[in-house]
Ligand binder design. Structure first.
Ligand code: T4K
Length: 407
């Protein structure tokens, strides 16, 4: 029996806000005991024992030689870019979180935006090749939603043109590509362990690599360039992770299998409840690989679905379900890039299309399969009553409904 939607005057489906990216906390006793250890030691940052343990675990799970834990995913990317010696122009997708582009522009390197493959949402290698110029020094692929880029094609392309290949693996910790851990591809890869990621360090990130020299340089750059107490050999910054962050990360890692399994169960539940809806495409993961299932992504086709993605967002917000329009708009529509490259609106058709179709739904430790059934039920009901919903959104009721945020 369907309930009355909040936009049509019914009760909200959830009394409290349901977020995409609600932090996973895990075993609080364990977390507090690890924090207490650090307090007892009075060793709070600067490559302390908890950070070293976290680095070892991340390297082991990713199957790589080196992990340098960082203060966040953005600085991990900035340091990877700098340690790899990138300059001039670097090819990146526009369909990504803006940190990927900013990490370049912050260092006076021009991000050259490339379109994505509409099936995979990741860099289209054919389009990448068209953008290579004499100023190009590298390519940064993004394993969007934890689904790996076409790594083989990008690796071959980078080798053919003598370019450095890096991966922004912010979404892809604990995933594999051809059964090999994400982390070991390109010259280096970077993870984000932000509070909203399925393994979180409050704020945190990591650079992972099998390259000894890159790891050494990255570690120096992360710590002001100090090689010992008094000697500085590199321009550096402060990108260090602190001990409390590592304690949070270790707490999530202790629970890693259960976290992934829970995400997988919720993902499967969404798939079941959302199947067969007109104009709604559910993003699948390749079950032959290891995935973290941390994103539940649907695409709403404005031509086929009775409501647009943005109308659905308004319906969901009214129910206290904070579904997110990742990545809307594409980076090329954000400043300074929109002014730098006004022509990108027409040069990136797939990015434009995706950024108007994609919707991220809540998942993670704080949700149950019953919650998923409720969220999916709202989507089903809204699509089934599209005409009434649309006129409510247009009419007086819409004034009471929070509009989706503009970015
Ligand atoms: N590359 C890629 C591809 C990335 O996706 C990201 C980050 C990066 C690089 C950079 O990594 P970091 O430097 O961030 O480590 C969120 C995250 O802030 C961001 O880390 C993430 N990607 C991006 C995809 O999503 P916002 O601005 O959309 O959402 P935010 O942080 O406001 O949080 C989302 C929701 O989560 C909120 O509505 C409320 C809830 N929330 C958030 C926090 C922080 C909580 O319930 N508790 C919390 O503590 O960026």
């Amino acid at each position: 029996m369907s309930r009355t939607l909040a936009v049509l005057g019914g009760e909200r489906a959830f009394a409290e806000l349901l977020h995409v990216g609600r932090p996973n906390i895990g075993d609080r006793e364990y977390l507090l005991s690890r924090i207490n250890e650090a307090l007892d030691r009075r060793w709070l940052t600067n490559h302390g024992p908890l950070v070293r343990e976290f680095e070892e675990r991340v390297a082991e799970i990713s199957g790589v030689k080196h992990c340098v834990a960082m203060a966040n995913g953005t600085i991990a990317l900035e340091i990877a870019i700098r340690a790899a010696g990138l300059t001039g122009e670097v090819i990146v997708p526009s369909f990504t979180f803006v940190a990927t582009a900013h990490a370049l522009q912050w260092q006076q390197i021009t991000p050259v935006f490339c379109d994505v493959d509409p099936r995979t949402h990741t860099l289209d290698p054919k389009r990448v090749e068209e953008l290579i110029t004499p100023r190009t020094t590298g390519i940064i692929g993004v394993h969007t939603w934890g689904r790996p880029c076409d790594i083989d094609a990008l690796t071959a392309l980078a080798e053919r043109h003598g370019l450095t290949l890096l991966f922004d693996a912010a979404h892809a910790f604990a995933c594999t590509y051809r059964r090999k851990g994400i982390g070991g591809f390109g010259l280096a890869e970077t993870f984000s362990f932000h509070a909203t990621k399925f393994v979180n360090c409050l704020e945190g990130g990591a650079l992972v690599t099998n390259d000894d020299e890159l790891a050494r340089t990255a570690r120096l750059k992360q710590n002001f360039g100090f090689v010992n107490l008094d000697t500085v050999t590199h321009v550096g910054t402060n990108g260090k992770m602190n001990e409390f962050s590592a304690a949070m990360g270790l707490t999530n890692l202790k629970n890693l299998c259960a976290l992934v399994e829970h995400n997988r169960t919720l993902h499967a539940a969404y798939r079941e409840h959302l199947s067969g809806l007109p104009g709604v495409t559910f993003m699948e993961y390749d079950d032959a690989e290891r995935n973290n299932y941390q994103y539940v992504i649907v695409e709403i086709d404005a031509g086929e679905a009775p409501l647009t993605r943005d109308e659905l967002v308004q319906v969901l917000f009214a129910e206290n379900i904070r579904a997110r329009r990742y990545f809307y708009p594409g980076c090329h529509r954000m400043e300074p890039y929109a002014s730098m490259f006004p022509e990108n609106d027409v040069l990136l058709p797939e990015t434009e299309r995706l950024s108007n179709r994609v919707l991220a739904l809540p998942t993670g430790e704080t949700l149950s399969t019953a919650d998923v059934a409720k969220v999916a039920g709202v989507i089903r009901d809204a699509l089934a009553q599209a005409e009434a919903v649309r006129s409510a959104l247009r009419g007086s009721a819409s004034r009471a409904v929070s509009a989706p945020p503009s970015a």
